[in-house]
Design a protein around this ligand. Structure first.
Ligand code: BGC
Length: 595
């Protein structure tokens, strides 16, 4: 299987496939492109270990909803680092923005944020904000009744995270959310998209297990704080932090049992925060999540009968059923607002012009990366035909007519986490040979991402930090992508639910003046926002919100804190936040372009 976002250590199978993909590209004869390490697909592991993870055999821990039962779950994790304080901090002073940074370039070379496409404004009601996820920013993982999650576990497995960062403390946003919200408000941004951690609401995850009122109250105050500061809270129910209990009891998203448990959790969150949250997501990037659980270290935690090859598709099937069930409940409960899930990735451009195999590879890419979760919701209620033609039922369970009916229309808008847009090529043995051979290293996707052009081998975009080899800044492809999304999966409204950039080698900078000077990230945001304005005004694409990933530096999954996405720096000794140039640029851009 070809994985285009590798967020954790990479399994042996993936390692072999990624290696093959590199060979395939390097040996392609049509291009004079370099044959060195710049010849790359985007699947580069951020950690090296591929074995050594331990998880209790699935089913060996019986559901036990007592304090002892919770201890047993935490024992799977081992010891947890306690945060330096355990009460919510209330800011005592208002947040002052720093004096404006000097222009980066002469105006003839690059305009300042306010001068970019000044004729275009964002439409009324536009959501212009930032994004985070519970595991990546909260810390306080064992506080106030929370149960462990699979990322609390994964971060402790050998090689699970490149720099061994755990979520134990990170940004301690769990106690610092008031300050963090005040700092977003000070920038003038109007929205923050964050996730609720399932195991804070239900420490044992399961539908028949007790609700943790402290967890419910926590997010209630987080939401109220946002409303007080005029920062709209947008809530994601699941951003990859599966309750460890459910993995231990039955294998998490590799088991059908997850469906009812997720629906129950969703209902608890809907009823707790109904009326205060207007935009909801069930799942963040299900494709990345389902591929993540097919890799090390999660590949030792499956339900019986599931393996690394089938896990992503079984996960996709149960996750979609969970999504549809949650949306059904949302509507039956008359919850106010709108709901969808967050797709990710790009459609792609054929690597070689007029090459039918590459054109077919693009279609495969669109199907396996986006169509997998978009066709069922927006166009057919079913998997993309390409997937059904490729994958036998033991890999890809088929939907019943009733399931299709539940899926189709189960999203009120379209959301895309849109970080990049690469070229796509056929594998060097061609699409047909790959598709017909289940042992082909690129099966079943049978397409490759290409990060340089086919003619002269020029990089397709601005390179990011080495910890995120899947990422490059490719603003030139943004409009085409939004047009394609709008054409293929039409919806009344599109949110760019995440976009962002890892400043190359930011982790090696030691002085604040160096860290704050995040030029590549600033350029990323300014160029993408210009493209987004053009998409809205020149292409008529109904983009209604953007969310910069991320509000602050955070635990970047398998890369830990070594790869930075924040528009604010976090000093991991003092937990102090500092605005980077990109934060000020985003603020200035919004001030000049809001209607
Ligand atoms: C995910 C985030 C992640 C970001 C940068 C998105 O795919 O939703 O959790 O940190 O990309 O890798």
């Amino acid at each position: 299987m070809h994985i285009s976002r590798c967020t954790v250590g990479i399994g042996l199978l993936q390692a072999i496939r990624a290696a093959h993909a590199q060979t395939a590209i390097a040996s392609t004869t049509e291009t004079p492109a370099p044959t060195t390490a710049t010849v790359t697909v985007v699947d580069v592991p951020t950690a090296t270990a591929t074995t050594g993870a331990y998880f209790p055999p699935v089913g060996s821990i019986e559901p036990d909803y007592s304090a002892e039962g919770l201890d047993e779950l935490w024992n799977v994790i081992g010891s947890v680092e306690a945060p330096p304080f355990t009460t919510t901090v209330t800011p005592t002073a208002s947040v002052a923005l720093p004096s404006p940074p000097p222009p980066l370039y002469p105006a003839f070379f690059a305009p300042e944020p306010k001068d970019i496409l000044p004729q275009y404004k964002f439409p009324a009601g536009f959501k212009y904000g930032v994004a985070t996820a519970a595991y990546q920013v909260e810390g306080a993982v064992k506080d106030e009744g929370k149960g462990p999650t699979m990322w609390d576990w994964a971060s402790r497995q050998p090689g699970g995270v490149a720099d061994n960062t755990t979520g134990d403390i990170v940004d301690l946003n769990y106690y610092l959310y008031k300050m963090d919200t005040a700092r977003v408000a000070a920038l003038g941004l109007n929205t923050h998209s964050f996730s609720v951690s399932w195991s804070r609401i239900l420490p044992y995850g399961a539908a028949d297990s007790p609700v943790n009122q402290e967890g419910v109250d926590h997010y209630s105050d987080v939401i109220d704080t946002h409303l007080e500061y005029g920062v709209e809270p947008v809530v994601t129910l699941f951003h990859w932090d599966t309750p460890l209990a459910l993995q231990a009891y039955y294998g998490g998203f590799t088991s059908p049992k997850i469906v009812d448990d997720f629906i129950n959790y969703a209902k608890a969150v809907f009823s707790a925060y109904n009326g205060r949250v207007k935009t909801w997501y069930t799942f963040n990037e299900p494709r990345v999540f389902c591929e993540q659980i097919a890799s090390y270290p999660f590949n030792v935690t499956y339900a019986a009968g599931v393996n690394t090859s089938t896990a992503p598709f079984h996960c996709a099937y149960y996750l979609l059923k969970a999504h549809a069930g949650a949306v059904k409940a949302f509507r039956a409960m008359n919850i106010s607002g709108e709901i969808a899930l967050k797709n990710d990735d790009f459609v792609g451009t054929p690597w070689r012009a007029n090459n039918t195999d590459d054109a077919e590879a693009v279609e495969r890419h669109a199907a396996f990366q986006i169509g997998i979760f978009s066709d069922p919701l927006y166009t057919t209620g079913d998997w993309p035909q390409i997937m059904k033609d490729t994958l036998p039922e033991e890999y890809l369970p088929r939907f019943t007519d009733e399931e299709k009916a539940d899926l189709l229309g189960s999203a009120d808008f379209y959301a895309i986490d849109s970080y990049r847009s690469w070229f796509v090529s056929a594998p060097d043995n061609g699409v047909a040979a790959c598709v017909s051979n289940t042992s082909d290293p690129n099966w079943p996707q049978c397409n490759l991402n290409m990060v340089y052009d086919a003619q002269a081998g020029w990089a397709a975009g601005v390179l990011s930090d080495p910890g995120t080899d899947w990422l490059g800044a490719t603003p030139d492809g943004a409009r085409e992508l939004f047009n394609e999304l709008n054409r293929r999966w039409p919806s009344p409204k599109i949110y760019v639910s995440e976009f962002g950039f890892s400043e190359p080698f930011e982790n090696e900078r030691t002085q604040l003046y160096e860290i704050k000077q995040d030029v590549a990230r600033t350029n990323y945001y300014m160029t993408y926002l210009g493209e987004i304005l053009q998409s809205i005004h020149e292409d008529g694409v109904p983009i209604a919100g953007i969310f910069a990933w991320a509000m602050i530096d955070n635990a970047e999954w398998g890369s830990g804190i070594s790869t930075k996405f924040g528009i604010q720096h976090v000093n991991y000794t003092t937990l102090e936040r500092t605005y980077k140039r990109s934060a000020i640029a985003l603020s200035d851009f919004w001030a000049a372009h809001q209607s």
